[in-house]
Design a protein around this ligand. Structure first.
Ligand code: NAP
Length: 273
């Protein structure tokens, strides 16, 4: 990798960032497309200072993650309509000094899901009401899926259900719902607490398509239980790669080298203890 005064700088901002795979994914993409660019990890709680740094140093693009996805919105010059509706920005593009916010999680999730099933008109149950769930929920309603939401915190779940004009179902009653598509978007079962699962096996039925937003580990307990019941499963890796591919497109105007990006992340995840 060449570093010189013309090297374009990109990165991820969040706190904590210990397990981020974004640098591996984006640096592999820059190398593959012969771009004079580098992608770094900025672990910080100071989002205001970060954006000043972005303007001052001419950083071309940033990925934004927990806990800054919502708090960054008022600090930007412009925010794309989808990101505004979701209430979360995960991508900033520096357009000649003007900082513009986007949300690529929604597109990423939809691209990963539609590889297996078109959600239009399908009965979907979404578990979670945090940032990932909001993005996935908006993507599904845009596709006219018949969506229901469940979440541990009823107040937060009902808030999202109201925003998406769909029913909220308490977590203890989801066994009675028989969705065609079941999507898990909570942090339960994420590394290092891999043996946890937010639902009981009784929820899974053979003909369901089941997707997890978690990509570390790739094969979560949620997905293992679903596979055991014969469901079609989709790991969170697809969503992660496609949201990154959309970031790459927004930053560079180029089509992302998706296969290279996927291999780079699989290599890192495969080498984790
Ligand atoms: P978040 O905004 O912090 O939301 C966390 C969600 O998890 C909330 O719904 C929360 O419920 C629920 N939750 C947390 N602990 C729980 C527990 N012990 N029991 C039941 N529910 C619990 O996080 P996020 O940004 O939405 O991320 C959620 C997951 O998606 C993470 O694992 C993240 O890595 C993954 N993700 C993946 C991608 C991708 O590209 N594949 C992109 C974004 C996020 P309450 O409302 O009750 O607290």
């Amino acid at each position: 990798m060449r570093i010189d005064p013309k090297t374009a700088v990109y990165g991820i901002v969040g706190y904590p960032l210990a397990h981020t795979q974004s640098p591996a994914m984006h640096n592999a993409a820059f190398l593959r497309t012969h771009m004079n660019a580098v992608y770094l990890a900025f672990e910080t709680r100071d989002i205001d200072g970060c954006l000043q740094g972005m303007r001052g140093l001419g950083i071309k693009g940033l990925s934004i993650t927990i806990p800054h996805k919502s708090t960054v919105i008022p600090l930007l010059d412009k925010v794309d309509d989808l990101a505004l509706n979701i209430g979360a920005v995960n991508t900033i593009v520096n357009q000649e000094g003007s900082l513009v916010g986007y949300n690529t999680d929604a597109t990423g999730a939809l691209m990963a899901l539609t590889e297996k099933i078109d959600p239009a008109g399908r009965n979907c149950l979404l578990i979670g009401a945090g940032g990932a769930a909001r993005a996935i929920g908006f993507a599904l309603t845009q596709q006219e899926a018949r969506l229901s939401i469940t979440n541990r915190s009823v107040a937060r779940g009902e808030l999202l259900a109201r925003a998406l004009t769909c029913p909220f179902i308490p977590l203890e009653r989801v066994k009675a719902v028989h969705p065609e598509i079941l999507i898990h978007a909570t942090s339960v079962g994420m590394y290092p607490r891999e043996e946890e699962c937010v639902v009981t096996p009784a929820i899974f039925q053979k003909e369901m398509v089941v997707m997890d937003a978690i990509y570390n580990p790739l094969n979560t307990r949620f997905l293992r239980l679903a596979a055991k019941q014969g469901c079609t499963t989709i790991s969170g890796l697809g969503m992660f790669i496609y949201q990154g591919a959309e970031q790459f497109r927004l930053w560079t105007g180029l089509t992302a080298p998706v296969i290279t990006m996927k291999k780079a992340v699989e290599q890192v995840l495969g080498s984790l203890p």
